[in-house]
Design a protein around this ligand. Structure first.
Ligand code: PLP
Length: 361
């Protein structure tokens, strides 16, 4: 068996130890005589799995007790509608910062349900930076401010949160969840598709402050009302059972193997620094993001020559470095180095890039 280094933006690499554990438990989960894929979500043994996943997420992310953790389906994209339907109900207004395609999709969806306003945007430079905002830029009557914390396609991340005063803050953390410590209490709602950093596809995690529940618009479908899921322990209907199980294994790995989010952050910073340092000193490759907006998770880069970019992607793929092609909207290359990408993977990539640079100088 030979495994590649997978730099996919999502779904993405899972820790090998997690895959091995899932494989070992595939036919007979803890003496139950069945796979987690097959068991009733109403069984005692499954209840332990979902409870364990929630408890671990709370512990690893240090989630305060006055927040609900919801395990949902529909991807982060469904949250683009759920957030306004559930929260844009005080004054019917919300402020959005447009830092890329996902943030823009969230904004456009919100505009269908109320008065959504784009406060700032970095579209002028292909979203290669996080726009600066001041407290006065935000509407004090807004029901919330929405940001996308880590911009997967462009490789930008908020170095610090915008100052929004007393306005509730909502963030899409799909591509940075559990990559480093985050002060959950700064937000009223966080959401993430789990397929980047925590699990296979099919699970969406929502972390919502309890006092922001129960405000949904009358038109809100039952399945899109957070209360429905909060009141039923994410079991109003069948949850994505197997994905939640793998999420639990990944959280165990973060806690026990990686040593928690402080250590995870140090590990991610070391990996990113290796690649950024190489890019900053390379004569062929260069990063595309302003230095103070750089992501730890997604690192886009180019040679400046589209043909050479294509040649690089082709040769890298053949050498076992897969999914390095940039998003179709921006071109170039992008290395997504989520939690599960080992340091050796980044070291090997940098060595390969160095060799490519010498051969194509
Ligand atoms: C991948 C991604 C999305 C879309 O997630 P889906 O689960 O496919 O709907 C939204 N926001 C960000 C930041 C992402 O990285």
């Amino acid at each position: 068996m030979s495994r590649v280094y997978n730099f996919s933006a999502g779904p993405s690499m899972l820790p090998e130890a997690v895959l091995a554990k899932a494989a070992a438990e595939m036919l007979d989960y803890e003496g139950s005589g069945q796979s987690v894929m097959e068991m009733s979500h109403r069984s005692k043994v499954y209840q332990c799995i979902i409870d364990g996943a929630e408890a671990l997420l709370r512990e690893v992310m240090n989630i305060p007790d006055n927040y609900k953790v919801l395990f949902l389906q529909g991807g982060a994209s469904t949250q683009f509608a759920m957030v306004p339907m559930n929260l844009m109900t005080g004054n019917g207004k919300a402020d959005y910062i447009i830092t890329g395609q996902w943030a823009n999709k969230a904004y456009k969806e919100a505009a269908r349900y109320g008065n959504a306003r784009a406060v700032a945007s970095s579209a002028d430079k292909t979203y290669s930076y996080i726009p600066e905002t001041k407290r006065e830029d935000f509407d004090t009557e807004a029901d919330y401010v929405h940001i996308c914390m880590n911009n997967t396609i462009y490789g930008t991340k908020y170095a610090q949160l915008p100052d929004v005063g007393d306005i509730p803050l909502v963030a899409d953390i799909s591509s940075c969840i559990a990559s480093e410590p985050l002060d959950v209490s700064k937000f009223v709602l966080l959401y993430a598709g789990a397929q980047k950093n925590l699990a296979p596809a099919g699970l969406t995690i929502v972390i919502v402050r309890e006092d922001f529940l129960g405000k949904a618009m009358d038109i809100t479908p039952t399945m899109l009302n957070y209360v429905t899921h909060a009141e039923n322990g994410s079991m109003f209907n069948t949850p994505p059972c197997y994905t939640i199980y793998v999420c639990k294994l990944v959280l165990e790995w973060i806690k026990n193997e990686m040593g928690g989010l402080e250590k995870m952050k140090a590990h991610n910073e070391a990996k990113a620094a290796l690649l950024y340092n190489f890019l900053d000193n390379s004569k062929l490759f260069k990063g595309t993001v302003e230095k103070n907006s750089r992501s730890l998770m997604n690192i886009p880069f180019i040679t400046g020559n589209e043909e050479l970019d294509a040649k690089f992607v082709k040769e890298a793929t053949a050498a076992g470095f897969v999914n390095l092609k940039g998003h179709r909207s921006v071109g170039g290359m992008r290395a997504s180095i989520y939690n599960a990408m080992p340091m050796e993977g980044v070291e090997a990539l940098v060595a390969f890039m160095q060799k490519f640079e010498e051969e194509n100088a």
